[in-house]
Design a protein around this ligand. Sequence first.
Ligand code: ZN
Ligand code: ZN
Length: 137
Amino acid sequence: MSLDYCPRCGKLFSRTIREICFNCHQELEKDYERVVQFLKENPGLTLNELSDATGVGVKQITRWVREGRISIAMAPNLVIACEVCGTPIREGTLCESCRRRLAKEVKRIQTPVVRREPDASVSREDTYHITDRLRDR
Ligand SMILES: [Zn+2]
Ligand SMILES: [Zn+2]
């Protein structure tokens, strides 16, 4: 267990599986429920409209979509951006062409997997965390 500053509220907390403190996690869960509820009542909203209406950031909603917590089937107009080129996509992190290009590159390089992370979802969250931080600068 290690101490870290919560990236959301700046308080010191003991970092376990979550990258934010318990309070922020609770608040985020409330935000999440609000967003989902709002989307149920207004399924035609776009990402920006949903963000404006609920006060929850576009980045956070995007993350939930990527994590599969917000179902695209629920929101036909909700699109997120490809992390590489910004093309609107419906799920995941990359658009079709970036995915294909990446798969090709991986094949070409043939990097052996040295070490597997014990928990894939945790490492993925960390990746988001780092890119979010970079974007904020
Ligand atoms: Zn916090
Ligand atoms: Zn792309």
